[in-house]
Design a protein around this ligand. Structure first.
Ligand code: PEP
Length: 261
């Protein structure tokens, strides 16, 4: 098992006061009972980044800052958008690329996902490439080919040093925000396909996370049987207790898998 990574995607929730509060609660919980084997990232809305960065810096809790999206251009006439340089300057070290909500509702094409991935990793930030099928694709039994095609498209043209800054989040669209997580065996099957594709493209060691109604109750089986290297967490990341419980589960799972070795 790779070192686990757990990312909280706060989506369009929490104003900056609420975000600071949640961040403080998470840091207190993790300071009281650390999870030394897990990398933890929080990805607030853009307008909360500066405030959350201040808390993370002051608390020194070892939590990294993430952004939910970035514009592919460096600067210029892109009203309402945010650049990589702006994010880096705020201390952001992780960026989600191609979340299914961006693809579905904000016209993020496969081409743009690939270009954004190249731009993020060229800029020395870490990227979380989000992939996953909808229910119709799964029902048709085409989910493995679909996700492999998403990976091929996004990863083409990625240079060797940049590959080390990529991790993948498998997020079946039918599981996001529905309370209906994929089963451990569904995740294990997909993790195998994703890792095969990554190995063929020179990203053999990349971490592969699971996202989609992950909770502290299903996290252990998704890691130990599903072979996820951690989680991209939406709903359960909006409460400190439920988010930190997932982090702790990953910490325990890592210890279990280290003992098995
Ligand atoms: C997500 O949108 O990245 C996500 C995983 O959401 P949820 O955990 O709420 O399903």
């Amino acid at each position: 098992m790779n070192r686990p990574l757990v990312i909280g995607n706060w989506k369009m929730n929490l104003d900056f006061v609420e975000a600071v509060h949640l961040c403080q609660q998470i840091t207190v919980l993790l300071k009281n009972q650390p999870a030394p084997h897990v990398d933890v990232v929080v990805a607030p809305p853009f307008v909360d980044l500066r405030s959350v960065a201040s808390v993370l810096e002051a608390e020194r809790a070892g939590i990294a800052l993430g952004a939910q999206h970035v514009n592919v251009h460096e600067a210029g006439a892109h009203t309402g958008e945010v650049s990589l340089g702006m994010l880096a300057r705020l201390g952001v070290s992780w960026v989600l690329v191609g979340h299914s909500e961006r693809r579905a509702h904000y016209a993020m094409s496969e081409e743009l996902v690939g270009a954004t991935l190249r731009s993020v990793t060229r800029g020395s930030l870490n990227a979380v490439l989000c992939v996953g099928e909808d229910e119709a694709v799964r029902d048709a039994g085409e989910h493995l080919d679909y996700v492999r095609a998403q990976l091929r498209s996004a990863l083409s043209g990625l240079e060797a040093p940049a590959r080390e800054r990529v991790c993948v989040a498998y997020e079946p669209i039918w599981a996001i925000g529905t309370g209906r997580s994929a089963s451990a065996s569904q995740v294990a099957e997909m993790m195998g396909a994703i890792r095969d594709e990554l190995a063929e493209r020179g990203l053999g060691g990349a971490r592969v996370l699971y996202g989609g109604s992950a909770t502290a109750d299903n996290a252990a089986s998704l890691v130990l049987e599903g072979s996820a290297d951690g989680f991209l967490v939406g709903g359960a990341s909006l409460k400190a207790d439920s988010f930190v419980a997932i982090v702790r589960t990953c910490d325990d799972c890592y210890a279990v898998s280290a003992n098995r070795r």
